[in-house]
Design a protein around this ligand. Structure first.
Ligand SMILES: [Zn+2]
Length: 98
């Protein structure tokens, strides 16, 4: 299984609409800043590491994307995790709630 070293992703709003999105009101500071490529997934629930459906074994953790604000919120300040097989490029994603 290929692994990717951890790379922090820092959001950069591209439009005024994006710049003016409201922030979280009550969520703790790290929520909304957990976007990253590679490294180890910061699972919020029990580890759930997918295998390639074509039989190539454990998929590579490609990255995780965080909730954006109270309106664009993944399952109560959760995250989405993306996994990919580098043998056949099958990808899958998993959502964990906070
Ligand atoms: Zn595969």
């Amino acid at each position: 299984m290929k692994s990717i070293p951890p790379i922090q992703l820092i959001p950069e709003p591209l439009t005024d609409e994006a710049r003016n999105l409201p922030k979280f009101k009550w969520a703790s500071k790290e929520i909304g800043a957990r976007h990253r490529l590679g490294g180890e997934p910061q699972f919020l629930q029990n580890e759930q590491w997918p295998n390639c459906p074509a039989g190539h074994g454990r998929m590579t953790f490609y990255g995780q994307l965080d909730s954006i604000n109270d309106d664009i919120c993944i399952a109560d300040c959760g995250m989405i995790y993306v996994f990919m097989c580098f043998d056949c490029y099958e990808a899958t994603s998993i959502v964990h709630s906070n």
